[in-house]
Design a binder for this molecule. Structure first.
Ligand SMILES: Cc1cc2nc3c(=O)[nH]c(=O)nc-3n(C[C@H](O)[C@H](O)[C@H](O)COP(=O)(O)OP(=O)(O)OC[C@H]3O[C@@H](n4cnc5c(N)ncnc54)[C@H](O)[C@@H]3O)c2cc1C
Length: 430
């Protein structure tokens, strides 16, 4: 029989050598240990979530209004800024962005979305705009700490949610004036109507479906871009959601993200029957899915931690309720599911940041799993808190309401399954 201690030592030596050689060759070592920068950012965002966001959560949920003072606080410490998002994004492991989102949404999801909602518009400008457009519009999405502003990304319409190819908002080019004229109605837009900068997905050629879409920036105060009805919601109530109406809304030619030449080239390729490289709305969603998954994780973790503490305190039948297997096993499974979802989120974030194609729809997997876990974990948390869990005196009720949107927006759970099923099978599953 082999001497297992010698075998262990040899295996360890081999591992050490492999890791050090990998390092020398510039290959990243595989590790799940966070580096100091990641830990510092996690602590920084956690501190803000714990000290500023959590204490304000109940109030803004009840008020159902945008928590401007909290956004201003976030801007003052630099958390609500492009510099912060840029710094999170710059981490080449891809993990800082999900880590920061998880911590913020652990504080509260409604306020978290009020702070992070702008990033969807920023991601569209960053992903599709020219360097000049990024320089002009991204700072205007944030404003300054003394005068904070918001951004809104408007793709969905009353008859085009999951099916973005159904978008009816049109953008027509007025060559004489070098202006685009937009007409249509956007639905459920986060920050819709109260944003300084709106990014609108519109159809420039309806016959081409989603391949005929383009993204436009609507500059602040543009005539013809108005807020419609504000939506009253089940959860995420500190985040503003509204319809946006576009009535002969004229914007300069330079507001087409990426520019006209690029659009004309892309449309020509599509009309010739060639594959288009990207679809305006889809490109934004692909990149943001792991981040959205991380937000759901933050909610799930908050509910799990609350339920665990409660179960260790609450006594019935002369013992702590955690001493009952049914409660303890639920908590064990809650922790298990959260950690499993986080691994999927981190994998997708790492793949996205390092240019690995989502061959098996790993971005969708991460968002699907994290969203479903958040709904399940928060529901279990209510159960563990019993009657208290069902009341607004305890936060898990709000967390459950907040979690539900994560199986709906940025692609419903069914649509994520569709994307995964198509990716793994190669069949056009319907
Ligand atoms: C709080 C909130 C914030 C939002 N923020 C934004 C935003 O900032 N910007 C924006 O553009 N949009 C936003 N949305 C819109 C959101 O992205 C859509 O609601 C979502 O994409 C689903 O579309 P829908 O509501 O039209 O549902 P539908 O597409 O009508 O779907 C209804 C049901 O049918 C299922 N279904 C549909 N098609 C299929 C299929 N092919 N196979 C199986 N099942 C299917 C769906 O999964 C779902 O269960 C927001 C929505 C909410 C509620």
């Amino acid at each position: 029989m082999a001497d297992s201690s010698v075998a262990d030592v040899d295996a360890q030596a081999l591992l050490d050598e492999a890791n050090s050689t990998a390092g020398e060759q510039g290959e990243p070592k595989f590790t799940l240990e966070l580096n100091q920068d990641q830990k510092d950012i996690r602590e920084w965002v956690h501190g803000f979530a714990e000290n500023v966001v959590r204490p304000a959560a109940e109030e803004w949920d009840e008020r159902e209004e945008t928590p401007w003072p909290v956004i201003e606080e976030a801007a003052k410490i630099g958390l609500y800024s492009f510099e912060a998002v840029g710094q999170f994004w710059a981490d080449e492991t891809g993990l800082t962005l999900p880590i920061a989102n998880e911590e913020l949404f652990w504080g509260d999801a409604g306020i978290g979305m009020a702070i992070m909602g702008t990033t969807l518009a920023v991601a569209a400008i960053f992903g599709q705009g020219t360097p000049e457009q990024m320089g002009e519009w991204i700072p205007q999405c944030y404003g300054t700490p003394d005068d904070v502003k918001l951004g809104a990304f408007c793709a969905s319409e009353p008859d085009a949610g999951s099916d973005v190819s159904g978008i009816r908002t049109t953008a027509k080019y007025d060559e004489a004036k070098d202006e685009w004229v937009l007409n249509g109605q956007k639905a459920w837009a986060t920050n819709g109507g109260i944003a300084n900068v709106h990014v609108i997905i519109a159809s420039v050629d309806r016959e081409l479906g989603s391949r005929g879409h383009a993204a436009f920036v609507i500059p602040p105060g543009t005539k013809g871009c108005e807020q419609g009805a504000k939506v009253k919601k089940h959860g995420l109530r500190a985040s503003h959601t509204a319809d946006v109406h576009l009535d002969d809304c004229r914007v300069p030619g330079s507001c087409l993200l990426g520019g006209k030449e690029k659009l004309d080239e892309r449309l020509a390729r599509v009309r010739e029957g060639k594959k288009a490289k990207s679809q305006a709305a889809m490109q934004t969603f692909e990149a943001s899915r792991p981040t959205v998954g991380a937000q759901a994780l933050g909610i799930a973790r908050a509910a799990y931690e609350y339920a665990l503490d409660y179960a260790k305190e609450r006594e019935q039948f002369g013992r702590k309720i955690v001493e009952n297997q049914s409660i303890a096993f639920d908590l064990a499974n809650m922790k298990l599911e959260i950690d499993a979802a986080r691994l999927l989120v981190w994998r997708a974030a790492w793949m996205g940041r390092n240019g690995h194609k989502f061959e098996n729809a790993e971005g969708s997997m991460s968002k699907l799993k994290a969203g479903e876990v958040a709904v399940w974990v928060t529901e279990r948390a209510i159960q563990i808190l019993g009657g208290n869990g069902y009341t607004r005196e305890f936060p898990v009720e709000r967390m459950h309401r907040d979690s539900k949107i994560y199986t709906i927006f940025e692609g419903t759970s069914e649509i994520q399954q569709l994307v995964i099923a198509r990716a793994i099978s190669g069949f056009h599953i319907k």
